[in-house]
Design a protein around this ligand. Structure first.
Ligand SMILES: Cc1ncc(C[n+]2csc(CCOP(=O)(O)OP(=O)(O)O)c2C)c(N)n1
Ligand SMILES: [Mg+2]
Length: 802
């Protein structure tokens, strides 16, 4: 047998034996990591473990066909694959298990993710793209089952785009679109909608995507009979099979312990997929879970004796071992020797990983004790002494033990003035910086491309400039973008042929072709997944979600995947996509929502931009495309046909991020709002002035990040009154704004009266003009609320209205 004909056309018998033995060593190493990893959790050194045992052999086969430039999007069982492609060592495996915060030890997430969540580094230390065609790539795993699927679609589609559209800048990302996106998923996770949505979309798009299903018949304790019709996922997906006349999938099935056939199947799949961009599904059956699902329980609770016995017999590593001996590739004694050596090596690596963490923690502890022990004895209370003794007796302290002791000691020295106490406080503060960097950095771009570094360019207007429907400004701006930024592609429902439902892209598919401006199926989660995957491979997608109300279908993947990506890789991957949507006030429950409270809270990690008009929106698109930060941009649904003046410098305008704008200066009340509601408020400013009320109206413009220069509190320091208005439910967007103003801008001292909020009713907005009027803040509501605040301030001049 030749293991890999393609890679090794003249493989000698010795090379063949070496390759098999090397594979076996990887399988044994991986298994040993699982066994020792489980023990580390059960003895309390690590918190949680979920390992790759029972799935080793198919991953060796997959790794053989995985080439430079390819991408994996998988899940927590793939440690053997990561070892086989040279991206995970046992030392790193244990460093991850112990949550080492140094990327040099845990390159997967610097301790931010639990073990079993793998990644490779796409960015160098300056946040520039590495040459992804010269390395094997894995997108960063996340825990929600099947959530690796949406981005897999985009990773695969990038190859198709690079192959067919040559003017994209593909140097670091693709060689003629030859790269495959490899997905892995557990059998039970195929029950998720995200799986089916992705499989269908990849079939439609015909992208180079190979999805392997690791089938061990269970999802934790739940058997396949509760998960999958006919208990067989490849059987029920047969309708997707390609025929002579219709595009579709190649579907393959193979036993997970059958080393030889696995290699053959993967080689065949690779060739078909890489050359012809045909999506492939490989159903790998007969897998086992020898150590149980995770460290949280044991599988003896739910598998019967027959099943447990079968799993022992069909353990893929044991079967591979049997095959090696029966084919005289090696002997039992030789294999025993190999296994012994590996066990010893893994044990040593485990010890090294632990020592690396402990040496930092012990150094911290010694530094702390050195300071505390210099505090004059008379100030050491019994309580403080107990704290110190407890820390000294903790043989293997974690960071928390050390810092929490330091802080408690400071609490107990509250009435004492001492130089050593100051030293102690300084020590804690300096650790705060380190701990911030270890646990809280990289939520947003920290590179030189951060949008916060991009300067505002204001729109200019010719003296004879005409007013146009605002959508024209947006369309002309997208035209400029597509013309000048070759890596931008725009897609969504009704985005291509008709140029979106509000014609902000009218005519642009004709001008730039179907690759650059395209229609998608109705599948919000995978529209976002496409965007994530494409941007992980250097494209600049603008993914359109037709209405803000339907963002809820996509919010899970935005929250779990996109929003955490840069953070969970500690800056080693980025997906600077733009999510374009339209929302706020129109008609009916599902076309006028403005659920910003949910959005801003779910999407920390993604900028949330809420332009009040299309000129502002155009400037935001331009700013964000100069940056490397993902964002959600919400256009006002009722503003496309409102007239706006068209700037003469459209392609140059840049709307600043994190800056509020005072759109009406005033003295009595600071009124804060955003999006469509602003226009209503603007419309009553004149009426208010007739009642001798002057409001300072502030457009927040960007909810995340929020008012970095603290413009709102400056305004409140002048007016001493605050009213926040939006059209979200109570406690939604307005709650977020108020909490920002209290915690970041300390507005309490500036206020002469209670801060007020005006927002929509608790329910979704009812349909029609009247539904809108009685569900959301109306002009009369706004007027009365403002007047009421003036009445409270000066009842004489502003007598009660009603
Ligand atoms: C959305 C979601 N629901 C539930 C879980 C908890 N969970 C983690 S793994 C798992 C079972 C997955 O089984 P399967 O896909 O067959 O993979 P296996 O562990 O068997 O390899 C469940 C229910 C989760 N991580 N995400
Ligand atoms: Mg399973």
């Amino acid at each position: 047998m030749k293991i890999s004909k393609e890679a090794n056309p003249v493989l000698s018998y010795k090379d063949f034996v070496d390759e098999v033995i090397n594979d076996y060593k990887i399988a044994v190493t991986s298994r040993e990591c699982s066994i020792l990893g489980r023990r580390e959790v059960l003895t309390g050194k690590a918190k949680f473990g979920i390992f790759g045992d029972g799935k080793e052999v198919p991953q060796l086969a997959m790794a053989k066909s995985f080439k430079n430039g390819d991408f994996r999007s998988g899940y927590y069982r793939d440690q053997t694959f990561m070892m086989a492609i040279g991206e995970l060592t046992p030392l790193e495996f244990f460093a991850g298990l112990y949550a080492h915060t140094d990327l040099n030890y845990d390159p997967m997430s610097a301790g931010r993710q639990m073990g079993g969540h793998f990644t490779t580094h796409s960015l160098d230390n300056q946040y520039e793209w590495k040459d992804l065609t010269a390395q094997k790539n894995s997108s960063s795993d996340i825990s929600p089952t099947a959530s690796q699927m949406p981005r897999l679609l985009g990773l695969a589609q990038a190859s198709k785009i690079y192959r067919h559209q040559k003017d994209f800048d593909s140097k670091k990302f693709s060689k003629n679109g030859n790269e495959i996106a490899w997905g892995t998923i557990g059998n039970a996770s195929t029950s998720e909608g995200l799986f089916f949505e992705t499989i269908n979309a990849a079939g439609v798009l015909q992208v180079p995507m190979i999805t392997s299903i690791w089938d061990d018949e269970y999802g934790i304790s739940v058997h396949a009979k509760h998960h999958t019709t006919k208990e067989n996922i490849s059987e029920i997906l047969k309708g997707f099979q390609k025929t002579n006349t219709k595009d579709g999938y190649e579907i393959m099935e193979v036993k997970g312990w059958d080393y030889v056939n696995l290699i053959k199947v993967y080689e065949k799949a690779e060739k078909t997929c890489r050359e012809n961009h045909i999506p492939i599904l490989i159903h790998v059956t007969d897998l086992t879970q020898p150590l149980g699902h995770s460290t949280s329980g044991s599988h003896e609770r739910y598998k019967d004796t027959d099943r447990l016995n079968w799993e022992k017999q069909f353990d893929c590593n044991s079967k591979m071992r049997e095959w090696i001996i029966s084919n005289n590739i090696s002997s039992n004694d030789e294999l025993l020797e190999i296994e012994k050596t590996i066990k010893k090596q893994v044990k040593e690596d485990k010890a090294k990983a632990w020592k690396a963490i402990m040496s930092i923690n012990k150094k911290n502890r010694d530094e702390l004790l050195n300071i505390i022990q210099r505090i004059d004895g008379e100030f050491i209370s019994v309580k403080v002494k107990t704290l110190i003794d407890s820390l000294i007796s903790t043989i293997e302290p974690n960071k928390k033990d050390v810092i929490s002791t330091a802080r408690k000691v400071i609490h107990n020295l509250n009435k004492v003035e001492l130089n050593t106490k100051k030293e102690l406080i300084n020590w804690v503060n300096s650790n705060d910086n380190i701990n911030y960097s270890d646990y809280s950095s990289h939520l947003y771009s920290e590179s030189k491309y951060s949008p916060l570094n991009i300067k505002e360019v204001k729109p200019k207007y010719n003296p004879d400039c005409k007013e146009v429907d605002a959508r024209i400004i947006l369309r002309n701006n997208f035209d400029n973008i597509l013309e000048t930024n070759k890596n931008v592609i725009i897609f969504g429902e009704d985005t291509g042929k008709i140029g979106d439902v509000n014609q902000g892209l009218e005519g642009l598919q004709d001008k730039y072709g179907e690759v650059r401006v395209s229609d998608t199926g109705i599948r919000e989660a995978t529209i976002i997944g496409q965007g994530i995957g494409l941007s992980l491979r250097g494209l600049r997608p603008i993914a359109e979600i037709q209405y803000l109300d339907y963002l809820l279908y996509a919010i899970q993947i935005m929250s779990d995947d996109l929003a955490t990506l840069h953070y969970r890789t500690k800056g080693k991957q980025k997906a600077p996509m733009i999510i374009r949507t339209r929302g706020h006030r129109l008609e009916g429950i599902w076309h006028s929502g403005s659920p910003l409270g949910g959005i801003v809270n779910f999407l920390r990690g993604i900028y949330v931009l809420v332009p009040r008009n299309m000129t502002k929106a155009a400037g935001f698109y331009n700013t964000m495309l100069d940056s490397d930060q993902p964002c959600l941009l919400i256009e006002c649904l009722n503003a496309y046909r409102v007239k706006e003046k068209e700037p003469s410098n459209l392609s140059e305008i840049r709307t600043p991020i994190g800056e509020v704008e005072i759109i009406n200066p005033g003295n009595d009340i600071t009124v804060v709002s955003y999006g469509s509601t602003l226009n209503l408020i603007q419309e009553i400013i004149h009426e208010l002035s007739e009642f001798n009320i002057s409001i300072e109206l502030i457009d927040v413009q960007t909810l995340i990040p929020f008012d970095i220069e603290k413009g709102i509190s400056k305004s409140i320091s002048k007016t001493n009154r605050l009213l926040i208005i939006d059209e979200d439910v109570p406690g939604g967007g307005t709650g977020f704004i108020l909490s920002q103003l209290i915690s970041e801008q300390n507005i309490y001292n500036f206020l002469d009266s209670e801060p007020k909020i005006l927002c929509a009713k608790d329910h979704r907005p009812a349909y029609g003009t009247d539904g809108d009027y009685f569900s959301k803040p109306s002009k009369e509501d706004i007027f009365e609320k403002i007047y009421e605040m003036m009445n409270e301030a000066d009842p004489h001049q502003y007598p009660k209205l009603m």
